[in-house]
Write a protein of this length. Structure first.
Length: 281
């Protein structure tokens, strides 16, 4: 039976601090094994490398691909993990839904554990360590053939809420930590202090009522309501969008439509809300 992504992550966490020795897959290093590896990999096993490796004698050791092999019991090198992967995606697409996938670049592989972190057997001078994914020039994200991803994991202990910048682009997360799906439309309201509010946020300044969205504006204008006929049975924010004049994926805050906000601020607000409305959950 295949190991699950959760089991892979927990296994890797349990091996933090394991020495790195090229060619090892979790075995205990012996002099005989060291000599065998040196004969098979003469370009790697320089006299200095052999001296360093000897300091780990009698310990379980691994290399980068060996960390995954050690967990699954299926022998593969880093290149073969990519060749046999169920999915290969560019690193720019990395998100929390890929927790438990492998991070890959030519000659190296690690395991993404969520929250921007990965575990990798990094090299003989580092061992098996937890690092920030952004600190290594990974090329691809791999959905491994040997891992069961049917029960996908997400390592975030506390769901992130609101806008988060990932690689310089804004993503919106709801109160459950879910990221906005492609095509999702919602209204972003700016209060008198310049704070952004989203449809699921209920506050004194931005009350959400059944049958529409009412907004108390800083200039004392009457709250705006959508037509009850259009909102019945719908999310208030979606109903507000459908009744609006905008087609870019968002509804501008009412105080922007009324002209109480500067033109420059309106453009910034519209650009931000339009960007966040196009991200997939």
């Amino acid at each position: 039976m295949s190991k699950t992504s959760r089991e892979l992550i927990e296994f890797c966490k349990g091996k933090l601090g394991t020495p790195y020795v090229f060619g090892m897959k979790g075995e205990i290093l012996t002099e005989a094994l060291l000599q065998q590896l040196a004969a098979e990999n003469p370009k790697v096993y320089t006299p200095q490398y052999i001296t360093k490796a000897r300091s780990f004698m009698g310990k379980h050791c691994t290399d980068c691909s060996g960390l995954i092999t050690w967990c699954t019991g299926i022998l593969r090198g880093s290149a073969n993990y990519k060749e046999t992967a169920r999915e290969v995606r560019p690193i720019r697409t990395l998100d929390e839904s890929m927790t438990g996938w492998a991070l890959w670049k030519p000659g190296h592989i690690g395991v993404y554990i969520g929250n921007g972190k990965c575990i990798e057997a990094k090299g003989i001078n580092y061992g098996t360590v937890e690092t920030r994914a952004q600190d290594t020039p990974w090329v691809s994200v791999l959905k491994l053939k040997d891992i069961d991803y049917s029960a996908q994991v997400c390592e975030s202990a506390v769901p992130f809420k609101g806008i988060q910048l990932i690689k310089g682009k804004p993503y919106y997360f709801n109160r459950d930590g879910q990221m906005a799906k492609f095509g999702t439309r919602f209204m972003v309201q700016v209060d008198k202090n310049g704070v952004l509010h989203f449809p699921e946020e209920e506050s004194a300044e931005i009350p959400i009522s059944t049958g529409g969205i009412s907004v108390e504006n800083g200039d004392g204008r009457e709250p705006e309501h959508t037509s009850p006929g259009k909102t019945e049975g719908k999310n208030p924010a979606l109903a507000a969008y459908e009744g609006s004049e905008y087609t870019g994926g968002t509804v501008l805050p009412p105080d922007m439509k009324a002209g109480t906000t500067s033109e420059a601020d309106s453009k910034v607000g519209h650009a931000l809300t339009k960007e966040t409305s196009l991200m997939p959950w």
